[in-house]
Design a binder for this molecule. Structure first.
Ligand SMILES: [Zn+2]
Ligand SMILES: [Zn+2]
Length: 253
């Protein structure tokens, strides 16, 4: 295994546990303060968007630069990563969005819960691949990507448990589905750590996947809320990224 895989796996595990925590929050009687959840989604969207554009994309080009014709290949992989998550969440699945599932009329068929879970498992696997790929390039990239992933993990677990409940599944099955998302994240980290030679493909592909999560899963949830408060949380997430990046540089990562 490559250097730093234990730290990468630990980050994957923490992110996975956040999935479980989100699932349990969705099942708890009091539910979860919807406003606070959307603040987390907004800040997570800003942080992840910054991580994708400022770090993951340039690093994807940098590590591929030694190979002829790398530019278009990297760009193609980013696009494929984006389209892959779109296909997993919206082509295979009838109805999906981040956040609490309140459209019970869509959920007559319990099988829909299973297809949503399958789509999210593919998404969370690449959450893990992006963390592992980041650590393979350099520790600071791994940590930044791990924070970006961590910030949307609680809402993600919340989403899947809420959808399973709306699809008529038992609380136990709903909690289990959030646990599966956590395990898929860890599996993604371990997979790219085992096959680290694939990082020059895995990093751009998971960059595209992360772009989808930030810009097409999380930002639309932010946009549903009226007023500028939510937008300010997005900018707060971006500032948090710059602060984390500067702090890591200052600490010598
Ligand atoms: Zn819905
Ligand atoms: Zn995710």
């Amino acid at each position: 295994m490559p250097d730093g895989w234990i730290l990468a796996a630990a980050c994957g595990l923490i992110a996975g546990l956040a999935n479980v925590a989100g699932g349990l929050l969705a099942l708890s009687k009091r539910g979860w303060d919807r406003v606070r959840q959307s603040h987390l989604v907004a800040a997570g969207a800003g942080f992840m968007l910054a991580a994708v554009i400022l770090r993951m994309t340039p690093e994807s080009y940098r590590i591929a630069a030694a190979h002829p014709g790398a530019g278009i290949k990297v760009a193609t992989l980013v696009l494929l990563g984006y389209l892959f998550v779109h296909a997993a969440e919206h082509v295979l699945v009838g109805h999906f969005h981040f956040g609490e599932e309140t459209h019970h009329e869509h959920w007559v068929e319990p099988v829909v819960g299973t297809t949503v879970l399958f789509g999210l498992l593919l998404h969370t696997f690449f959450d893990g691949v992006s963390i592992g790929s980041g650590f393979l390039v350099k520790p600071s990239l791994g940590i930044l990507v791990a924070i970006a992933v961590f910030l949307h993990k609680v809402p993600e677990g919340f989403t899947v448990a809420s959808i399973m409940t709306a699809a008529g599944r038992s609380p136990r099955a709903a909690a289990l589905s959030a646990t599966w998302l956590g395990l898929a994240t860890l599996a993604g980290v371990l997979t790219i750590s085992l096959w680290s030679g694939l990082v020059r493909y895995a990093l751009p592909f998971s960059t595209g996947a992360a772009l989808y999560v930030a810009a097409s899963d999380l930002i639309p949830v932010v946009n549903e809320t009226k007023g500028i408060k939510m937008a300010i949380w997005v900018f707060g997430g971006v500032l948090f990224f710059y602060a984390s990046d500067a702090l890591l540089a200052w600490l010598g990562f």
